[in-house]
Each structure stands twice: as structure tokens, then as C-alpha cells.
Design a protein around this ligand. Sequence first.
Ligand code: ADP
Ligand code: 5GP
Length: 201
Amino acid sequence: MKKERGQLIVLSGPSGVGKSTVIAELFSQRNNIYFSVSYTTRQPRVGEQDGVNYNFVDRTEFERMIAANELLEYAEYVNNYYGTSLKAIQQKLESGVDVLLDIEVQGAAKVRARCPDALFIFIIPPSFEELSRRLHRRNTDSEDVIAGRLEKARVELKEIPSYDYLVINDKVSGAVAEIEAILTAAECRVENRKSILAQFA
Ligand code: ADP
Ligand code: 5GP
């Protein structure tokens, strides 16, 4: 059944918890959902593709986008800018497609203020030690950057009470199943089923 308007979904969680891994698995199982490719000034990691994982831009271009009001939200995270293009997601939502944002907590707070109907999901690792192990095992960041990300994680975890749902990424399949359950519950909301209800009027 096609929806009149897509659901905006915000997924946050500390760097290295497994957001990209879980999102990739979720997208392999679910249609009618679009991943919002963010803009960032960070350097691409090995294997990352421009336009797929991120749109990689320099600080001048990012600051132009801020000044031109082209971003739904943006934040500075460990010395780099990250932001969501408003235009790209608006078109998808208006055509009935769900949109997933993988964004950190400051950006999520801005979305909460602008789009109160969005679904806010926070994802955590089974333990802090496991988060550190995953960041090291990913092997993409220097020891300094990893330390910065772990420090940031402690601050981010304090924001969990502002979210609607908490997902634990112990096993990837378990985390994906929890997110699937949240999205299915959201689809069953009365306000999302108005077109079916109309025939019973
Ligand atoms: P994020 O996008 O949150 O920064 P990634 O998806 O890059 O995190 O995952 C960080 C590392 O942890 C990667 O090496 C990934 O393979 C691994 N990982 C992700 N989920 C799990 C899991 N459930 N169990 C073990 N390792 C995981
Ligand atoms: P990474 O450098 O590990 O890819 O991402 C660092 C952090 O930036 C993650 O917490 C990720 O969710 C967040 N992030 C990615 N894109 C955006 C965005 O468009 N806006 C905001 N506010 N955060 C983002």
C-alpha cells in the first residue's frame, strides 16, 4: 500500500556501534526506504564512495550550503561538518517514500524541533568495551581519532532519553529485527491508515 507521505526516521548512535552495517542489512530487506546521503567535510575512508556513503565537500562549499539554507540540519563532529540536504529528502517524503537519516545527537535535536513527527531511534553496543573493540577492528581511524570518538560517545549516550526507541546492536540480525519492528509499528498508526479507514466511513 502506497503511503501519502513517507516517514522520516532518525538513527543515532556512537561512532563504531555499527550503524552503517545495520543500515546496509536493513536496506537489503526493505523496499520503499531511502538513505539520506549526508554532506561532510571529512576525508573519505578506504572503500567509501562519493555520492554513496557521503557527498564529500570542502569547508567553503559546506559553509555556502549553510548560508543558502540548503540544510535541514548540520553539526560539527570531531572537527568536521556533517549535514542533511533538505531538498533531497523533501522530494522523497512527499512521494510517499520513508527516509532514514544516520545523524549524530546535535543534528537529531535540530530535526526534533523542525519535524516532530519523525521517529527517533538510538542504537547502542552491548557494552562500552565492545564499542572500543569495534572502532579498533574497523581499522579506519588513527588512535587519536578513536579516542576522540570514544570521548564523544560518553556525551552522546546522555541524550538517549530524548529518543523514542533504543536498539541494541549485539548481533546485526537482532538489531535489524528491532528496527523492522519499530517501522512496522509506525506504519500501523491510525494516522497512517486513513486511506483504508475512508472506505468504512
Ligand atoms: P558506524 O557506522 O556506527 O560508525 P560501522 O557500521 O562502521 O559503525 O561498524 C563498526 C565496526 O563494527 C565494523 O568493523 C563492523 O563490521 C563492526 N560491527 C558492526 N556491527 C557489529 C556487530 N553486531 N557485531 C560485531 N561487529 C559489528
Ligand atoms: P562518521 O565520520 O563515523 O561517518 O560519522 C560521524 C558521525 O556523524 C556519526 O555519528 C554520524 O551519525 C554523524 N553524521 C553523519 N551524517 C550526518 C549529518 O548529515 N548530520 C549530522 N548532524 N550528523 C551526521
